[in-house]
Every structure is written in structure tokens, then in C-alpha cells.
Design a protein around this ligand. Structure first.
Ligand code: WQD
Length: 340
């Protein structure tokens, strides 16, 4: 039986492929290489010694998606990462996000609903909570109208999956990620942001390696301990392992409802300044940064209540912020040594 990983050459996708292979699953990666490279396959092989099947395919091409499922009839589950994910870009180009993130989901589900049974894991995001009232955030916190079209595609995606699962034989788990960071300890795979990183940690490591002059901290006048925003930074390997646990739950039909939702975080909030301090410890360097104006659309704080993931899913994040930052720095040094 095969497991399809869409976006499997991306940051979280590639780490999940490694963990699936470690558990003995046969993986077929679908990726259109819009935000990744085929070289990531070598990194996966370097870690596991096994080369996953790979199909270069744009999920917006309905006929190509249909042909894929005609070719691979023994697919028992799909983990769907492939999507555009830059908040700022989604505000400038909403239709790109609605087309790429929603149409592709529909084409995948249309194929899966033809199977006698199918397991579907959806890459969602804590962004659907907007600024939640209560910390830590539980899965039953109200889903608010997300601030960005990117966040809205995650909210709409969840709704499409809920309605489809009710009417078909698809069983699904929605995984709401907090802030994925770090890299595989082998430094064979990691985050490869294209252009100027929008996210905090890759910008920090690129500043630390000298690629960026200094980090701009977007505001220190928030109502938090040190005035900077608080997030729940989760090691990407912990996140990847959660996908394997969630998939196994569906394959074993242990799910309690047709669609289950889990927050994936560490349960601990860290401020931007705390992340900088963690990086300085990891790299034994001083990070150049300046405080600038707030970034449009940023929320003050978000960190997960992990009780449901711990007790029902049977998964718990293992790595600390410091361990994740160390892995992020090791990866940055490795890829820059390749470039120079
Ligand atoms: C974290 C904190 C910034 C960059 C987004 C998406 C989420 C997920 C992860 C895709 C914030 C501050 C950042 C910088 C800074 N996306 N920051 N200087 O915005 O919490 O979440 O990315 O999977 O769905 O919403 O993550 O890393 O961009 O920002 O001060 O150069 O770091 O203000 O407080 P965010 P982020």
C-alpha cells in the first residue's frame, strides 16, 4: 500500500517522508517544484537509504491528477502539504492562493472519494484561530475569519474536507500547525526558503551566517512580557512524526469521528526576543537586530493547548526551542558551506 505525500519535497513534507519511511511506509511524492528542488530527494535518501517514488505534477492540472491515480491504484492514504503559504503574498495575489490551495484539494478529494476507503491528512494552521481569546489555544476555540487569504484557504479547506467526509468514505485528520522550525538533526534536509525569508527563524539564521545585514523585529509594543509577539515554535521533526501517528490512526480506523482536528505545538509560547536569545546561545554569536514597526496582520500571541494531541492522538513534541534553533543553525551552516 502506498502513501501519497503532496508537497513532499518541501520543508515539512520532506521531513514527513523521512518519518514515513522510517516506519516502513512506501511513499510516492507529488511535487511541482514551485517551492522546492528535486535535490531534496538526495537528502531524503541520505537519511533513510530509501528513494521515494517521485512524480513531478501540478495538482492544478485535473487530468494529470486523474492520470496519477490511474497509475497508482494502491494508494491507501494522502498527506496533503502542497499549497502556497506566504501570508503577505496571499494578500497581494489572493486568486493565486484560492486556485492553488482550494482547487488542488478538490481534485485530490474527487479521486479519493472513488476508492472504497481513503485516509486523508490535511496541513492546516493555527492561523484559522486569528487572535484567539484564551491561551493556550484548544481545538474548539472559535475559527475566526482569518486575516489573510492564505489563512482563509486553510479555513475553507477544512470546511470542504468536513463536508466531503460526511458524504463519502473518506476519513480525515486536520492538523493545525503552530510555528514549524528547525531541521533534521542529520542536516541532510531542512528549510530552503526562496528569496528573502518571510518567517522569523530562517531570517535569523541567514542573518547569523551573514547573508542578511540585520533582523527587523516587527514591534516591541505588544502586551506581552517583553513587548514582542509570542508564538509556539515546534521542531519540524516533531511535527513530521505527528503526521505518521495521525495517518496510522486513520489506517487502523481508530478515529472517533470522520474528521478529527488536532493542534500541533509544544504548548509553550516564546517571544521574538526569546527566539533571538536561543539562537545566540545555539550559534555563540550576537545577532544584529533592530526594532521596527509592527507587521500588518500579526497577532500578539498564539500557543497550543496540547492535551488533545497528547491524550487522544498519543503524540507529544519532544524538542525544546534551543534544540530546534541548534538544528536550524547547523542546517544554515551546512547549506551555506555548499554554496560558498
Ligand atoms: C513569527 C513572529 C513576526 C519575521 C506564519 C503563518 C503560519 C505559518 C508560519 C505557514 C511574528 C516576527 C518575523 C521577521 C519578525 N505559515 N518576525 N521579523 O507569522 O507567526 O506564522 O508563518 O505554514 O500559518 O501565519 O510566523 O515566522 O512569519 O513570524 O519580527 O523578519 O516573528 O512579527 O511575531 P507567523 P513568522
Amino acid at each position: 500500500m502506498k502513501i501519497v505525500v503532496t508537497g513532499g519535497l518541501g520543508f515539512i513534507g520532506s521531513h514527513t517522508v523521512v518519518e514515513l519511511q522510517n516506519e516502513g511506509f512506501e511513499v510516492v511524492i507529488i511535487d511541482n517544484l514551485s517551492n522546492s528542488t528535486e535535490g531534496v530527494l538526495d537528502g531524503i535518501v541520505a537519511v533513510t537509504g530509501k528513494k521515494p517514488l517521485f512524480e513531478k505534477l501540478d495538482l492544478r492540472d485535473k487530468a494529470a491528477v486523474q492520470d496519477f491515480f490511474k497509475k497508482y491504484k494502491d494508494v491507501s492514504g494522502v498527506i496533503h502539504f502542497a499549497a502556497s503559504k506566504a501570508v503577505g503574498e496571499s494578500v497581494e495575489n489572493p486568486l493565486l492562493y484560492y486556485e492553488n490551495n482550494i482547487t488542488t484539494l478538490i481534485y485530490l478529494l474527487q479521486e479519493l472519494q472513488q476508492k472504497p476507503e481513503a485516509s486523508f491528512i490535511f496541513s492546516s494552521s493555527c492561523t484559522v484561530y486569528g487572535q484567539a481569546e484564551k491561551m493556550p489555544i484548544t481545538e474548539d476555540a472559535p475559527v475566526q475569519q482569518p486575516i489573510s487569504p492564505y489563512g482563509n484557504t486553510k479555513k475553507i479547506g477544512e470546511e470542504i474536507i468536513r463536508d466531503t467526509a460526511k458524504a463519502t468514505n473518506i476519513r480525515a485528520i486536520l492538523l493545525r500547525y503552530f510555528n514549524p522550525i528547525g531541521s533534521h538533526p542529520s542536516a541532510e534536509i531542512g528549510e530552503l526558503p526562496i528569496g528573502v525569508p518571510q518567517n522569523l527563524v530562517p531570517f535569523i539564521t541567514q542573518t547569523g551566517i551573514g547573508l542578511r545585514k540585520e533582523l527587523s523585529v516587527y514591534g516591541d509594543d505588544y502586551p506581552t512580557n517583553d513587548g514582542t509577539c509570542v508564538r509556539d515554535y515546534i521542531h519540524v521533526v516533531d511535527l513530521a512524526k505527528a503526521h505518521v501517528v495521525a495517518l496510522q490512526r486513520l489506517l487502523d480506523k481508530k478515529n472517533l469521528e470522520k474528521v478529527e482536528t488536532f493542534n500541533l505545538g509544544t504548548g509553550k509560547g516564546s517571544s521574538v526576543l526569546e527566539v533571538i536569545t536561543s539562537f545566540e546561545k545555539a550559534s555563540d554569536t550576537k545577532l544584529p537586530y533592530k526594532i521596527v514597526a509592527r507587521r500588518e496582520g500579526d497577532i500578539t500571541e498564539a500557543y497550543a493547548n496540547t492535551a488533545k494531541a497528547n491524550d487522544v492522538l498519543g503524540w507529544k513534541a519532544q524538542s525544546t526551542l534551543d534544540e530546534a534553533m541548534k538544528s536550524a543553525w547547523k542546517w544554515e551552516q551546512k547549506i551555506r558551506s555548499k554554496v560558498s
